[in-house]
Design a binder for this molecule. Structure first.
Ligand SMILES: C[S@@+](CC[C@H](N)C(=O)[O-])C[C@H]1O[C@@H](n2cnc3c(N)ncnc32)[C@H](O)[C@@H]1O
Length: 255
């Protein structure tokens, strides 16, 4: 299992290039219509990225609790939100976590993809919310994610990773390991668990670096960051442009 405390740099870097703030605000205000104080629980909260995104957008009087297995990330989260009484974090393994039906919203981002039992953890999210409560899962499908990557170089082969991905997905699925396609499966899992009005959206963020006219000193650094964040081979650092559509699947439903 990945120790995410050691992947802090990746988490910080990739989250800077993950969402359009206007699209996240649109989800909160126009899709989920969060217009009165809510109690939120964040499964696998990391250093509290979703708290940073959500808190400025939701009504005062709301509260947020994050749960994570990483001591290091929970420590960072506690430092970051030390002055926010409405925010708390708990160090816990979601596999052991016993949900209490007391929240209005249960949310997770990029967590179920890493777990061998995503349906059990999704059930715990459902069990954490009150009647009519909202369950939100933001999870990728590696296939969509890979299809969204383009590097402007003659050497670029968009199908390069397809066989590797197929083998990895098949073998990990068979062995009960993590599921790279979880994002596209969640809506059905939600329906099977009895959630109503299940909806699905796609994160519209596109990570784009155009290098031809970019005289900024930071450009080479950004390219290195892009290659790392999107797991792209570093044989393309001299390409003229880099583009990755995030394509994360946002599934939500009501209890
Ligand atoms: C890719 S990170 C996502 C963190 C955060 N949701 C975000 O989007 O920034 C996955 C997180 O899931 C946490 N995690 C993985 N397995 C867990 C488990 N069994 N119980 C609790 N947290 C877990 C990791 O520690 C890590 O912080």
């Amino acid at each position: 299992m990945t120790n995410w405390g050691l992947e802090k740099d990746f988490l910080l870097s990739s989250r800077k290039n993950m969402w359009n703030n206007d699209y996240f605000e649109f989800l909160v205000k126009c899709v989920w219509k969060i217009d009165k104080p809510v109690r939120i629980i964040d499964f696998g909260c990391g250093y509290g990225f979703l708290a940073q995104m959500l808190l400025p957008l939701i009504p005062g009087g709301s509260s947020y609790k994050g749960i994570d297995i990483s001591e290091e990330l929970i420590k960072d989260a506690n430092i970051q939100f030390a002055n926010c009484q409405e925010v708390s974090f708990e160090l816990a393994d979601l596999n052991e976590y016993v949900p209490i039906e007391e929240y209005d919203i249960a949310i997770c981002q990029s967590v179920l993809r890493h777990l061998s039992n995503p349906e059990n953890i999704l059930k715990k999210m459902v069990d954490s919310v009150k009647e009519n409560g909202l369950v939100i899962c933001i999870e990728p499908s590696r296939r969509l994610e890979n299809a969204g990557i383009y590097v402007d170089s003659n050497a670029f082969d968009p199908f390069e990773h397809d066989d590797f991905l197929r083998q990895k997905w098949t073998s990990e699925n068979k062995s009960g390991g993590r599921d790279y396609q979880i994002g596209v499966k969640i809506p059905n899992h939600m329906s099977k668990l009895g959630l109503k009005d299940v909806g699905v959206r796609i994160n519209d963020y596109v990570d784009y670096i155009g290098t031809i006219n970019d005289k900024e000193e930071s450009a080479p650094k950004e390219v290195t960051r892009f290659l790392k964040d999107h797991n792209v081979d570093d044989k393309y650092p001299g390409a003229d442009g880099f583009l990755a559509a995030r394509c994360h699947v946002i599934s939500y439903g009501y209890k």
